[in-house]
Write a protein that binds this ligand. Structure first.
Ligand code: UDP
Length: 413
């Protein structure tokens, strides 16, 4: 999708600003490294950010590390521990993590001016950093505010070897010896996941999954992950169902770097058993139009996470004019304005109460949805994100490569 196409969504001034900034970065080689090509918010963003950077003349590439399953078991434990869960990370697990990550050392592009390591999985690759002009940024997509001290203590020396760290929210920043930046994630309004759909397209998707379009739909979209609390959502729906007629759709899938998905899915299926109105959809990673249609068809969207880095699914739903009931955790708290764009909840009972309220009051739900869409337009769209990244890159790379910038940017203008 070309940048000009976004003018209709964000206005021409925003696009002009992006182009002006990009002139200073033309020819700069940027490499993003993460641990999965599909599934989850990181992959979702990189799939859009990388082509856009390229369109602007930045030589951006996205590389995905590989590792054996044991690595992903460990990184999931690290992920959970950083989110404040009680998962144990032993010394031997940490050694395995470091060694497996470092086995990807050849993935790092030696010609890159800037390498961006996303989340803990590729972080050990900072050890490939040599003196020279290459800069490295650690991009953290996790809420670190409740991180286990011991596990964070293992990662911190690696983080501090980077030139800067980027967090979603101020709350997640840590005491570090390197500069820290705050960039909340964003969605692409023109991607298949978020673009407008015709009612025919929406109807087709509902038909494919045997969902009744004439009755209220309560929806949660998320990987099958304990921290997304799909079991709590089922319990809340069951309570609400005693008062209001509705169907529950739990749409999810797995991510290649998340080994827990299958176990959670089985538990969800067990808990959903016997209720024809609960639709558990295990979707393939490319089900963007399907998710878009489900979000548009929903009467109310729920994201009852127990921990959440940011919660792009909340952004996606708000962009589609939906009121959202979200767990009062992580980035969800920065998206849902209580009583304005949705409701923040802490318990199963609270979730059930708000489901009842919004299903019974479509006008209220619509008002919240309209406010939510505008909130996303001004804060969480890809164009804004791109701009923030370019300012960040300028500031990090400029510190010692004024010459490179002049050569690569200024001279070519
Ligand atoms: N998603 C998807 N298929 C699924 C589940 C989720 O495409 O089965 C997408 C979802 O639409 C969103 C992203 O994956 O764009 C999830 O991002 P979020 O920040 O909500 O959670 P994460 O999975 O990164 O913890």
């Amino acid at each position: 999708m070309h940048l000009e196409a976004y003018e209709s969504v964000v206005g021409s001034e925003e696009i002009a600003e992006i182009r002006a900034l990009a002139r200073h970065l033309r020819g700069l080689k940027v490499q993003h490294i993460n641990s999965t090509r599909v599934g989850g918010g990181v992959a979702e963003i990189l799939a859009r950010l990388t082509p856009m950077m390229n369109e602007l003349g930045i030589e951006a590439q996205w590389s995905v590390m590989t590792a054996k399953p044991a690595f992903f078991e460990v990184t999931k434990a690290i992920h959970n521990a950083l989110h404040g869960a009680t998962d144990l990370v032993t010394d031997s697990m940490f050694r395995l993590y470091s060694a497996e990550a470092m086995a990807n050392r050849d993935l790092v592009d030696k010609e890159a001016d800037l390498v961006v390591l996303h989340d803990p999985q590729p972080l050990p690759l900072i050890r490939t950093q040599r003196r020279g002009r290459r800069r490295t940024i650690w991009r953290c997509h996790i809420d670190l505010s409740l991180a286990q001290i011991g596990v964070w203590g293992l990662l911190r020396p690696m983080v501090e070897r980077c030139d800067a760290a980027v967090f979603h929210l101020v709350d997640y920043a840590k005491e570090l010896l390197i500069p820290q930046f705050i960039i909340p994630p964003a969605i692409d309004p023109l991607s298949d996941k978020n673009r407008d759909l015709s009612s025919e397209e929406i109807r087709k998707v509902l038909g494919r999954f045997s969902i009744d379009p004439s009755r209220p739909i309560v929806l949660q979209v998320s990987r099958f992950d304990f921290l997304k609390d799909p079991l709590g959502v089922i319990d809340a729906y069951k309570i609400a169902k005693k008062s209001v007629d509705c169907q529950l759709v739990l749409a999810g899938g797995s991510a290649a770097d998340d080994p827990e998905g299958e176990k959670v899915l089985q538990l969800v299926l067990e808990r959903a058993q016997g209720d024809q109105d609960i639709h558990v959809l295990n979707l393939s990673p490319d089900s963007h139009v399907e998710i878009n249609a489900l979000q548009r068809a929903a009467s109310v969207v729920v994201q009852k996470s127990l921990r959440e880095g940011f919660g792009l699914v909340v952004t996606e739903a708000m962009w589609k004019g939906k009121s959202v009931i979200g767990g009062a955790v992580g980035g969800i708290r920065n998206q849902i304005i209580q009583g304005v764009t949705g409701f923040l909840v802490n318990t199963v009972e609270g979730t059930a109460f708000r489901i009842k309220e919004l299903v019974a009051n479509p006008d209220l739900a619509q008002r919240f949805g309209e406010a939510g869409r505008e909130y996303v337009r001004t804060n969480f769209l890809l164009t804004q994100y791109l701009k923030s990244w370019m300012v960040l890159i300028l500031s990090v790379v400029q510190r010692q490569t004024r010459g490179v910038l002049e050569l690569r940017g200024e001279k070519r203008r």
